[in-house]
Design a protein around this ligand. Structure first.
Ligand code: SAH
Ligand code: SF4
Length: 402
């Protein structure tokens, strides 16, 4: 642990599950839950059917395709609804597997149409996902990849929470399924979808959980199911350089890079992972990202922090750094959280910054703050609503004790 400028400490940048004794204890205490078929890839689904003894190997492919359609095209959550499967086989499936959703603990709808779900994956394992209309082709779902994060970026609230654990592929897919339940998007509509894009910009660092993120993307992008094309799925990373190529090769996802600073001294503080993979290495990694082209640009995310990283000179330096990279730049007004050591830059300052980038030839939209009334902003996920629920509980407790 190293002290940072703001008095907080920097945690190890590797996935440190030793920080999650409660979760491990919980895992050890709970009996093995039945496998949820709704979170398996096609290959895993076939294997599970054969291993269960319910399907002979020569029929596994056909049976898996049948189940796949029910689960991922029609969105059913009950074997009873799978009417073209014989009753005794359905009973066998029911005895060994589930296709249910995890519990939605809280659901909120913002005045601007954003929606937020707090989902309980397992006891003590809660994550949030947020749907934002008008982003991407029709609307984007911001999903979480971990519970908490090990990376301690100084402006991010998630970074102040201890990591509990990586989410499984099933738990990542469940966030999409729950959003589609709520948006009434089953069976998968061909046209006029409300949920058209996925962004891995919720809690956690997706490149520290790449295997599960990649498996989830296999499921979400499958053409006979949810069918969200891989080029409409964006993975945001704080800069885990060694995993970038594997991400591109295995998923063909679009990438967003949380840059936030134009020199290493400042980025070391804002995004402590920079000490391991400094800006030059990061940008070389981005230049080498498989499939990058003018039609498939990287997004650089840049959070606007008052008096910290928002001068015109820094905008010009940003242009110099990313020269030659097919890119767009997303300026994110900082979302403050209680006790956060920063403020958001003034609107005028953000506009000047954006206009320099525009003149330099880059699209640089300022991300409009959405869902503020339901605390649906980046870096505020879960922790805030947890606090509110805790304070609501305390209020009820103190009211009932009077
Ligand atoms: N760990 C990944 C993805 C999750 S964070 C990453 O860091 O890229 C998603 C985005 O939200 C990142 O660009 C992150 O820098 C930004 N972010 C986090 N906290 C924020 C805050 N308080 N205000 C504005 N943006 C924030
Ligand atoms: Fe983790 Fe991303 Fe937050 Fe940094 S910004 S602490 S990497 S979730």
């Amino acid at each position: 642990m190293r002290p940072l400028a703001n008095g907080r400490t920097m945690a190890s940048v590797t996935l440190d599950l030793s920080r999650a004794p409660e979760a491990q204890a919980l895992k050890a205490a709970s009996p093995a839950a039945p496998v949820n078929l709704a979170g398996l890839t096609r290959a895993e689904l076939q294997a599970a059917l054969v291993a269960s003894g319910l399907t002979p190997p020569e029929k596994a492919r056909m049976r898996a395709n049948q189940l796949w359609r029910w689960i991922h095209h029609f969105g059913v959550t009950d074997f009873a609804a799978m009417t073209d499967i014989a009753k005794d086989l359905r009973a066998g499936l029911m005895a060994q597997f589930v296709v249910a959703r995890p519990e939605v603990v809280e659901r909120q709808i913002s005045k601007d149409g954003s929606r937020k779900w707090l989902i309980r994956m397992a006891p003590g394992i809660e994550v949030e996902s947020v749907y934002i209309p008008g982003v991407g082709r029709a609307g984007a779902l911001c999903v979480s990849s971990q519970v908490g994060c090990t990376l301690n970026c100084t402006f991010c609230h998630t970074g102040t929470q201890p990591l509990v654990r990586n989410l499984t592929a099933a738990e990542i897919v469940a966030q999409v399924q729950i959003a589609r339940d709520d948006l009434a998007e089953w069976p998968s509509p061909r046209e006029e979808r409300r949920l058209s894009n996925i962004v891995f910009m919720g809690m956690g660092e997706p490149l520290y959980n790449l295997d599960n993120v990649a498996a989830a993307m296999d499921i979400i992008s499958d053409g006979e199911g949810i069918a969200i094309s891989r080029r409409r799925i964006t993975v945001s990373t704080s800069g885990v350089v060694p995993e970038l190529t594997r991400l591109g090769d295995t998923t063909q996802a679009m990438i967003a890079i949380s840059l936030h600073a134009t020199n290493d001294a400042l980025r070391d503080i804002l995004v402590p992972l920079n000490r391991k993979y400094p800006i030059e290495q990061l940008l070389n990694g981005v230049r080498a990202y498989p499939g990058l082209s003018n039609a498939r640009r990287v997004t650089f995310e840049y959070v606007m922090l008052k008096g910290v990283n928002d001068t015109p000179a820094e905008a010009r330096e940003l242009l110099r750094l990313i020269k030659g990279i097919p890119a767009k730049i997303n300026l994110i007004p900082f979302n403050p959280w209680p006790g956060s050591p920063y403020e958001c830059s003034d609107w005028k300052t953000i506009e000047i910054f954006a206009s320099i980038l525009n003149r330099g030839g880059y699209a640089s939209p300022i991300r409009t703050p959405r869902g503020r009334d339901i605390l649906a902003a980046c870096g505020q996920l879960k922790s805030e609503s947890e606090k509110i629920r805790a304070s609501a509980r305390r209020a009820v407790e103190s009211a009932s004790s009077v």
